[in-house]
Structure formats: structure tokens, C-alpha cells
Write a protein that binds this ligand. Structure first.
Ligand SMILES: [Zn+2]
Length: 217
């Protein structure tokens, strides 16, 4: 695996943030991203900044307890810091956490529908089952608590009435998870508008689950 230094990771946060914003998966100051710098330090987007204006020296370095180690005056870490720390705490195998507000995936939860895992092969292969975490007020410990029971076994989680959380070995991997998630929700919504969506057969779903588990390890 490529090892990135802090300078490169700051550039990578900006690059991935722009991709996420350009695709409409976050708006305004919504969403937050973080990457592991080393065993004890995490680089995290600040709270309240318009994402398209964020610059490479804006992300803040915190320790595993969430204490600020390096940050520009006037900037605080994202208000969802506890959700990021929870993900890193439970997953020593990941280096990146991405929280976004993908409209189609989020709309499904507002409509009271589960995430459509059984309709497109790439979902089960690349993401596996995607759980929907109970609603927790943004910026409070309730949101971190809502992902607690899922994050150990899932790289993609939907946050009810709020957004998504995807994780990966790299930020790009977390981004790819987010894109897949939203594209599946978008395609399902199109089908839902046309008629009653038809899932893949049980036999094919079992096969795809096995393939996915093998690929994802
Ligand atoms: Zn949010």
C-alpha cells in the first residue's frame, strides 16, 4: 500500500472533497472527512467551512481522544468528530472515514425504505449488506452511538434521515463506496418510479454474497 505523508493527505482531502461536492453528495458546509496520519494522529476537516473553499492547511490534526494537536486559529474539528473517532477505534484496518449527505440514499430512509441491496450485483459484491443506523441528532454523541454496532462489520452505513458513512483503506476507497451507494439508491429510485422493483433471484443473491465476501475478505 502507498504510504502518504501529511502534505499529500491534506491535498487528498481537498481533492476528494471537491469530487464529493461536485457530484452533489454534499452541499455547503455539510459532510466531513478524516484520514489516519499515524497510530495516534488523525487529520480531520474543520467544522463550519464551505467545503469548496477549504484549503490544504485547513484540516485539523487531532489525537485518538479528539484533542486538537495542530489547527489554524478559529477552526475547530468537525462536529461529527465522535463518529469518526468511533470508526477508527473499532477498525484498525481502515485509514479513512467519509461522511456525506447523498440525496437518493438519504431519501430512501425518509421514505421509510431499506437500502436496496438485492437489486444490483455490484452492491452485494462491492459493499455487502448496507445497514441503516437509527437517527441520531447531528453533532451529538447519539450519532456516534448509532453506528457503534455496525461499523465493525460494514464499510458503508446509511444514517437515517441524515446521510452516509463510508470507510476504507484510503480516502479514495471510501469515496468509491459512497459513489456505489448513491448510484444504487438512484437506480433503485428510477425503477421504483416506473413500477414495483424486482429483486435478483435468491440463488443469484446467495452467489453474489459469496463472491463479495471473498473479494472484500
Ligand atoms: Zn451530516
Amino acid at each position: 500500500m502507498t504510504v502518504f505523508n501529511e502534505y499529500q493527505l491534506r491535498q487528498e482531502i481537498i481533492r476528494v472533497t471537491r469530487i464529493v461536492a461536485n457530484q452533489g453528495l454534499i452541499r455547503s458546509s455539510d459532510g466531513n472527512l478524516s484520514v489516519r496520519l499515524d497510530e495516534n494522529r488523525i487529520l480531520m476537516t474543520p467544522s463550519g467551512l464551505y467545503k469548496m473553499s477549504m484549503e490544504p492547511d485547513d484540516p485539523i490534526v487531532v489525537n485518538e481522544q479528539g484533542e486538537v494537536l495542530i489547527g489554524k486559529p478559529g477552526l475547530k474539528p468537525t462536529s461529527e468528530i465522535n463518529m469518526h473517532l468511533e470508526a477508527f477505534r473499532q477498525r484498525p484496518d481502515i485509514n479513512a472515514v467519509l461522511h456525506a449527505h447523498p440525496p437518493y440514499a438519504t431519501a430512501l430512509t425518509i421514505a421509510g425504505l431499506p437500502f436496496p441491496t438485492d437489486y444490483l450485483p455490484e452492491v452485494l459484491i462491492a459493499l455487502g449488506d448496507v445497514p441503516v443506523a437509527n437517527y441520531g441528532t447531528p453533532g451529538t454523541p447519539a450519532l456516534a452511538e448509532s453506528i457503534q454496532k455496525f461499523i465493525k462489520d460494514h464499510n458503508a452505513i446509511i444514517l437515517s434521515h441524515h446521510g452516509s458513512l463510508t470507510v476504507g483503506e484510503t480516502l479514495e476507497e471510501a469515496l468509491i463506496g459512497l459513489e456505489r451507494l448513491e448510484h444504487a439508491a438512484y437506480t433503485y429510485s428510477l425503477a421504483h418510479n416506473l413500477s414495483q422493483p424486482v429483486p435478483l433471484s435468491e440463488e443469484e443473491l446467495t452467489h453474489l454474497r459469496e463472491v463479495g465476501e471473498r473479494i472484500r475478505g
